[in-house]
Design a protein around this ligand. Structure first.
Ligand SMILES: Cc1cc2nc3c(=O)[nH]c(=O)nc-3n(C[C@H](O)[C@H](O)[C@H](O)COP(=O)(O)O)c2cc1C
Length: 181
């Protein structure tokens, strides 16, 4: 298949996840293009499937991803599409956190008008060593709310790489279905 991956990141974890998806997809023999949503935009026209990934910061997905999805919603609604939400909240089973995640995602999709084939919440990372004082303070508060690590002397990666691989399998299956019809 011809796969397009578009990602929005601040500290790089979403790019890392998308690079993994790209490498796995290429190993499986697919043609993959990858695009940072803050750079020149790649149109989804002509691709069999798209994976759009964005991290959440301050309860919002990346503005550049919102712009991309809004601009191409009509095309996206006619192709296999996976939306990946990357957050710290997804790392733990705190019910209020998950309610918030569902709401942020629902609002985003409603606003942009995109109906992805499926949505996945992936746990990101918390890299205290790379944050300035202000970011460290915010990140620590989010960590506290979600029972994540508040020890700021260490970095913590929560991403489930098995889940990342399973997302690719889902996309492959969905594309195979459309080709069968
Ligand atoms: C300043 C800041 C704000 C954040 N806000 C949220 C948030 O509102 N909800 C959440 O679940 N995670 C939040 N996070 C955690 C990020 O989603 C997580 O670190 C993710 O891995 C970042 O991905 P990125 O490196 O691709 O931007 C925040 C992190 C930082 C540093």
């Amino acid at each position: 298949m011809k796969l397009l991956i578009v990602y929005g990141t601040v500290e790089g974890q979403t790019r890392k996840i998308c690079d993994r998806l790209k490498n796995e997809a290429r190993l499986n023999g697919h043609t993959v293009s990858i695009n940072n949503s803050t750079g020149p935009k790649l149109s989804p026209f002509g691709f069999d499937a798209i994976i759009i990934a964005s991290s959440i910061h301050n309860e919002k997905f990346q503005a550049s991803i919102e712009q991309y999805v809004g601009d191409y919603a009509k095309v996206l609604n006619n192709m296999v599409g996976a939306f990946i939400s990357v957050s710290l909240t997804a790392a733990h089973d705190v019910p209020e956190g998950w309610e918030e995640l569902e709401k942020i995602t629902k609002d985003f999709l409603h606003k942009t008008g995109w109906y992805p084939s499926f949505i996945e919440h992936i746990a990101g990372a918390i890299r205290y060593s790379e944050y300035n004082f202000f970011k460290k303070y915010i990140a620590r508060n989010i960590a506290k709310r979600n029972n994540a690590q508040t020890n700021t002397s260490e970095d913590h990666e929560y991403t489930d790489w098995g889940q990342v691989k399973r997302i690719l399998t889902k996309v492959e299956k969905a594309v195979a279905e459309t080709k069968r019809v």
